[in-house]
Design a protein around this ligand. Structure first.
Ligand SMILES: C[S@@+](CC[C@H](N)C(=O)[O-])C[C@H]1O[C@@H](n2cnc3c(N)ncnc32)[C@H](O)[C@@H]1O
Length: 298
């Protein structure tokens, strides 16, 4: 079989299984399994493919045809122009999350004294790594609780030549804040200039109707409790303790949740709360700044 025939066969397997992006996915699988880029795939279209390589590529296409995510088949995905290793146990980075990264980078375009950033629910580390790469002088801490996700996070930081601080723990547990006790001021915490988070945010109802592809991703990365908002409540209230006055809190949320998240932030003592839209025109990112005196607002 020559490359042209193999590529056509792969695409046909995907098309007949109803995979919407069969052309794109088919090219990605052919390129990956033959170790070629898109141009080489065309230039070498008449080159013979070894039987083993062809069989493996066809098996991958058959797996994709069952709805298994392309990104897990390839074992890698790009986010913010950077490579990330992905696989079962870690959420696949989404292009919409780049808007969240943009929001934090934009904030640090003005000179800031406090360059400490914390990424809660870090997963693959896509947000933490992209921020570290794009904000000169940033000291980025990544918090994640999943034992499956943690190795991806560490690997991705190293693969992108970044140094992060990692904390494995449950962001819903106040004891985690002990990691940030200020050694010079007993009872006080070291403060961050920015808290960023793309937490699990699907509602109980959404969790029960997951699309096939998303169904392969870890439930723990998606489940935001009955109304999908439990992480926003806890982060805005509990984690504000480690955010400096006027510091930035920036979240990603489901497109129908931004209004509720904005309300949670305002009630928790954040001002200038703003909602931003994603690439598809849906509300996706909410950010605001910590009011120095929460007590005065209530
Ligand atoms: C929606 S994913 C986001 C991953 C990554 N930040 C991104 O944008 O692709 C949420 C992440 O939160 C982690 N997580 C879930 N519950 C957690 C908890 N209680 N404490 C810390 N991390 C948690 C999951 O393992 C998952 O990696």
């Amino acid at each position: 079989m020559v490359i042209r025939e193999l590529t056509a066969r792969i695409k046909e397997i995907l098309r007949s299984a109803g995979i919407e992006e069969y052309d794109f996915d088919g090219s990605c699988i052919a390129e990956d399994f033959l170790g070629l880029d898109g141009t080489q795939l065309l230039l070498k279209a008449d080159k013979q493919v070894e039987d083993t390589a062809a069989r493996k590529a066809i098996e991958a296409a058959e797996k994709r045809a069952t709805g298994y995510p392309l990104q897990y088949i390839l074992g890698k995905w790009e986010f913010y122009g950077l490579p990330f290793k992905v696989g079962e146990g870690v959420l696949i980075p989404r292009p919409d999350t780049e808007i969240l990264v943009d929001t934090v980078i934009e904030y640090y375009r003005s000179p800031r004294e406090n360059m400490r950033i914390i990424d809660l629910c870090s997963g693959s580390g896509c947000i933490a790594v992209a921020l570290k790469k794009n904000i000169p002088g940033a000291e980025v801490t990544a918090v994640e609780n999943s034992s499956e996700a943690m190795p991806y996070l560490v690997h991705n930081a190293r693969m992108n030549d970044t140094v992060l601080r990692y904390i494995k723990g449950d962001v819903m547990n106040g004891a985690l804040l002990d990691n940030f006790s200020d050694p010079e001021n007993v009872g006080e915490h070291i403060k961050f200039g920015c808290i960023v988070s793309n937490p699990p945010y699907l509602t109980k109802e959404e969790m029960s109707e997951l699309q096939t592809e998303v169904g392969y991703e870890p439930k723990y990365a998606l489940d935001g409790g009955i109304d999908g908002l439990k992480f926003y409540r806890v982060i805005a209230c509990l984690w504000r303790e480690v955010l400096e006055d006027n510091g930035l809190l920036a979240f990603e949320a489901g497109y129908q949740q931004c209004g509720q998240v904005a309300e949670i932030m305002e009630k928790s003592g954040f001002y200038d709360v703003t909602v931003k839209k994603d690439l598809g025109g849906n509300e996706r990112v909410i950010f605001g700044y910590k009011s120095p005196d929460k007590e005065d607002l209530t």
